[in-house]
Design a protein around this ligand. Structure first.
Ligand code: ATP
Ligand code: MG
Length: 179
């Protein structure tokens, strides 16, 4: 057993308005997998099968399991539908089961900060998940507007600042870049 597996798991957060949060988390996943680890990604508020990472995982990376728990359509931040809430809760349940299974060394909760910001999930539930996770499990939470309580609990928080984004020049979301 490597030394790393005996160490306390880390809580890492990628937040901010700049592009690169989800892809940073996927980069960490690739790094962990290269060392023989298994990674579970739960994508909150995402349901499109058109994300390149889904295809890449299916084709190339058996130790990368990605579960989507959202609709393909955008969530109305002020009036989320019951289905959005139900799917977010199901996503957290998937994460709980993945953590309890002991199969994974890293779990990524992609866009969970946004799901919290939209009140699809209760902050207390997510904090409880963090507190009760297996001690060695690494966790990554992504998404804009990370809750101060999550930031307080985290070992690492990187805020990705938007200095420029091609979107503002009218370049639309592009295959292989945005999805
Ligand atoms: P990435 O998934 O590329 O790492 P991210 O996770 O940091 O980005 P999110 O805030 O989750 O970014 O946004 C999802 C995707 O939408 C990103 O690829 C980003 O470039 C794109 N995006 C961000 N802001 C806008 C916008 N205003 N209009 C269109 N696309 C946007
Ligand atoms: Mg993202």
């Amino acid at each position: 057993m490597s030394q790393a597996t005996n160490e306390r798991g880390l809580l890492m957060v990628y937040t901010g308005n700049g592009k690169g949060k989800t892809t940073a988390a996927l980069g960490q996943a690739l790094r962990a997998i290269g060392h023989g680890r298994k990674v579970c990604v739960v994508q909150f508020m995402k349901g499109s099968k058109n994300y390149g990472e889904l295809q890449a995982a299916a084709m190339l990376v058996p130790n990368l399991v990605i579960v989507q728990s959202g609709l393909e359509t955008f969530v109305d931040s002020h009036h989320p539908a019951q289905i959005d809430i139900d799917l977010a809760r199901r996503g957290l349940e998937v994460a709980r089961n993945a953590a309890a299974s002991g199969e994974y060394q890293l779990i990524i909760l992609d866009e969970i900060n946004v799901a919290l910001d939209f009140h699809l999930l209760a902050l207390e539930e997510v904090i409880q998940f963090i507190r009760e996770k297996p001690p060695r499990l690494d966790l990554i939470l992504t998404g804009r507007r990370a809750a101060p309580e999550i930031v307080g609990l985290a070992d690492l928080v990187s805020e990705i600042v938007e200095i420029k984004h091609h979107y503002t020049a009218g370049v639309e979301a592009r295959e292989g870049i945005e999805f």
